[in-house]
Design a protein around this ligand. Structure first.
Ligand code: HEC
Length: 136
């Protein structure tokens, strides 16, 4: 029993030190996300809240997620330095799709709300692709 401890304990300590070292390495090379990136990450959370709401018949949650998504989209508009016409169009589409989702959640229309969410997902991708093309 003693012998086992003698092996296990140092092994655990080495792992522990390794984990702390790794964590410090990661925090060092990860820049702090910008406010825009934080808003965008919240979009992911809100989309999954909307999907969960539709799945579980919790339409209040869907409505709330749709409102938040629209608010985030209006807010992020201010953070983009250069808004191309295409960007503006995609942002406007996204806000309209969020408004549709909100309305369909109020009507408890699962079919229409699901389609709204799919449309929104497509707009997410289109806007990100557009941004990447701008970077090139
Ligand atoms: C109208 C344009 C537009 C739409 C629509 C859009 N995004 Fe974005 N998204 C951006 C821009 C611009 C960035 C880059 C932000 C930055 O780096 O400052 C971004 C970045 C992101 C990121 C990465 C953030 C990071 O940590 O680097 C995530 C995640 C994201 N968006 C999620 C979404 C989701 C989910 C949707 C749809 C529900 C969505 N976005 C819709 C413009 C958009």
């Amino acid at each position: 029993m003693r012998r086992q401890f003698a092996i296990v304990l140092p092994a655990m300590m080495v792992c522990g030190i390794g984990a702390v070292w790794q964590a410090s390495l990661h925090s060092a090379d990860k820049p702090k996300p910008t406010s825009n990136q934080l808003l965008m990450r919240d979009k992911l959370t809100q989309v999954s809240r909307a999907l969960e709401g539709i799945t579980l018949d919790k339409y209040d949650q869907v409505e709330d997620a749709a409102k938040t998504l629209r608010a985030i989209s209006t807010a992020t508009g201010w953070h983009i330095v250069e808004q191309t016409p295409q960007y503006k169009r995609l942002a406007k589409n996204f806000q309209e799709q969020a408004a549709d989702l909100e309305r369909h959640a109020q009507e408890q229309n699962a079919e229409a709300a699901t389609l709204d969410l799919v449309r929104m997902n497509i707009t997410c991708t289109h806007c990100h692709q557009h941004m990447r093309e701008q970077d090139k």
